[in-house]
Design a protein. Structure first.
Length: 472
């Protein structure tokens, strides 16, 4: 099989003011999209055509290209910034002028990426997109104080150093959900006259009040202050997009008009994640050749509640044909390793570069998604869901609400009650008892659903129509 991994050729040097870095990714393969008529969340062909016509009319009717600033505390090459470079490239192709204001890369390491230097500001170019980076205090541990310092330091750097240099804009699009990033967007609205559009993947203040990061005494205050600021911002946005139908309903419950909100699922990096034949070298490295292997890959944090995975592994010791792999790093890693002491059916691996993850996923039989069983998580669709579907791998989903419904609707895997080790173990047994052909067919359905509902093609056209309406 011909390799389809992203070919990234950096030119120039990282970390210098005015340095240019050109990124040359392989183009994602084009696909014909066929949408199911019975999908209530689907965008029909006729609606999509009207949206595309609206977008092209708005862009082409003006002699000046609409200017959009992407604003986020993280951006490529950091993982998880799905709304970043892929969408920026698409919007540029649709006729928009796109620039990015972001921080020096730091996530999820909690420290500056190798190759970048501490500078007051630095420009780089990524596949023709101009990116302005400013410094911040990087931290990604369990300390609420240090996390606040990270967010606030980016806000201050972006306002003081970024706004004077980023240039004029018609639209500011921010997609990291942080209230502090909302303050930067509001400043751009005041000083540049730009209209603001927000994409919400994580709802604030719920993310911090329900994660356990803050002491219980501070949660009511955080809810009032941060929640009030978020509602202030919602009223001033010209449009809001959300990553799941549940988040749209939650915004409606908080007073946001439904016609202001569009559902746009996060997509995967399609030039990095796609169905692939297992690489024998990776199979040997992970030792997955003779066992049904379930993989969790990602952040090992409090919201993921991965102690459930370890406890499920303990219940599966009677099945020597099943193993669980936990790959990644995070604030709960040490606790999880200690909890798994003595278990031979769960193994830990350090985080891998994203370029290796498609091969890792292909070497495993099913991919695990799990979050705490709290109300906020019922309204989210974790990005791991899209990655698994893009890879054409069966899913095991321990997330109540939207993610569970998508899994069942697509026929891409099994959903189970989150934070319930027995329910997780039963779902893993059920997956292991399927024939290889049945698991393969499940993966085919996963990729088909991704193409029809979650792909970059679907999402970028919807976003372009949102921007066209906002700039009209």
């Amino acid at each position: 099989m011909q390799s389809r991994h992203r070919d990234e050729e950096p030119i120039g040097r990282f970390g210098h003011v005015g340095a240019t870095i050109a990124w040359r990714p392989h183009a994602a393969p084009k696909r014909s999209i066929s949408l199911s008529a019975n999908m209530t969340l689907a965008t029909t062909d006729s609606v999509r055509k009207r949206e595309t016509e609206l977008m092209h009319r708005a862009v082409k009717s003006s002699s000046v290209r609409p200017r959009v600033i992407f604003l986020s505390i993280s951006f490529d090459p950091e993982p998880g910034a799905m709304m970043g470079l892929p969408l920026a490239r698409r919007l540029r192709d649709f006729g928009y002028e796109v620039r990015v204001l972001t921080a020096i890369p730091w996530y999820p390491l909690g420290r500056r990426y190798p190759g970048y230097r501490w500078r007051l500001w630095q420009w780089e170019e990524m596949d023709g997109i101009r990116v302005l980076r400013v410094p911040l205090y990087p931290s990604h541990d369990r300390s609420a104080l240090r996390r606040i310092m990270t967010y606030v330091s980016f806000m201050m750097s972006a306002i003081v150093l970024g706004i004077p240099r980023i240039g004029p804009a018609d639209i500011v699009f921010y997609f990291d959900s942080l209230p502090t990033t909302g303050a930067i967007a509001y400043a751009l609205r005041l000083f540049r006259g730009a209209k603001t559009v927000q994409h919400i993947g994580d709802m604030w203040p719920d993310t911090v009040t329900e994660s356990g990061m803050l002491p219980s005494l501070l949660r009511p205050l955080a809810s009032r202050v941060v929640g009030g600021w978020c509602r202030f911002l919602y009223r001033r946005h010209v449009a809001i997009t959300v990553a799941s139908p549940g988040l749209k309903q939650l915004l409606h419950d908080r007073g946001v008009q439904p016609d202001k909100v569009s559902v746009v699922y996060n997509w995967a990096y399609e030039d990095r994640f796609f169905p692939a034949v297992p690489d024998p070298a990776m199979v040997r490295e992970l030792d997955t050749h003779d066992k049904i292997t379930v993989l969790y890959a990602g952040n090992l944090g409090a919201l993921q509640s991965l102690d459930t995975v370890v406890d499920a592994a303990r219940l599966l010791q009677d099945r020597p044909d099943i193993q669980l792999l936990i790959m990644g790093t995070g604030a709960m890693e040490a606790m999880l390793r200690e909890r798994a002491r003595g278990l031979d059916n769960v193994r830990f691996f350090p985080a891998r570069p994203v370029e290796q993850m498609n091969a890792v996923n292909a070497a495993c039989d099913a991919l695990l998604v799990h979050l705490k069983n709290v109300p906020l998580m019922h309204r989210t669709t974790p990005s791991k869901t899209q990655v698994a579907m893009a890879c054409g791998k069966p899913l095991l989903v321990g997330v109540a609400g939207d993610a569970a419904r998508l899994t069942e609707l697509s026929g891409a895997g099994f959903a189970f009650t989150p934070e319930d080790p027995k329910a997780m173990a039963d779902a893993i047994r059920r997956m292991a008892d399927l024939t290889p052909v049945a698991r393969r067919d499940m993966g085919v359905r996963a990729r088909q659903f991704y193409d029809e509902q979650m792909s970059l093609d679907i999402g970028s056209r919807t976003m372009a129509s949102v921007f066209a309406a906002a700039s009209g």
